[in-house]
Design a protein around this ligand. Structure first.
Ligand code: ZN
Length: 158
């Protein structure tokens, strides 16, 4: 079991690393799904590209501009979901969403979340939760409401 303070240190490190060298950055020309996300609170904008083979996400990329947290979150999310099925990705969305919107020290499905558990640190900064969850909302839109624009405006953080 990883302690909360360890997670906080790791959180800083991971954000810096992924912000400097984002994984899966760029477009997919023949994407099966594409969605845009916008976080008006911070100004983060991103476009997510997904290539599906059946119900498996064989490739995932993102482009756009945003703060370090939104970029790091998109980078880590694309890493985590590539190769998974839509059902697996939906379960991961739920676990991630629950973690970042729960009270600090709340339940973290660490086994399911893996490296994404570092984002538990963001729950302490309510205004940053939307930055971290923007890529995930955009992902959900791309998979389930293609053509729509994801926004964090309706996000409940309580
Ligand atoms: Zn942001």
């Amino acid at each position: 079991m990883t302690g909360v303070s360890d997670l906080r240190d790791l959180y800083q490190e991971v954000i810096l690393d992924h912000n400097k060298r984002p994984r899966n950055f760029g477009a997919i020309d023949d994407a099966s799904r594409k969605a845009e996300g916008h976080n008006p609170l911070c100004g983060d904008r991103l476009t997510l590209y997904i290539k599906l083979d059946g119900d498996r996400l064989v490739d995932v990329r993102f482009s756009g501009s945003g703060c370090a947290i939104s970029k790091a979150s998109a980078s880590m999310m694309t890493d985590a979901i590539k190769g998974r099925t839509v059902a697996e990705v939906d379960a991961l969305f739920d676990a991630f969403h629950q973690m970042v919107t729960s009270e600090p020290g709340g339940v973290i499905e660490a086994a399911r979340l893996g490296k994404l558990a570092v984002f538990a640190g963001v729950a302490e900064f309510p205004t940053r939760v939307k930055c971290a969850s923007l890529p995930w909302h955009t992902l959900r839109t791309a998979l389930h409401e293609p053509g729509a624009v994801a926004t964090t405006e309706n996000e409940t953080t309580s």
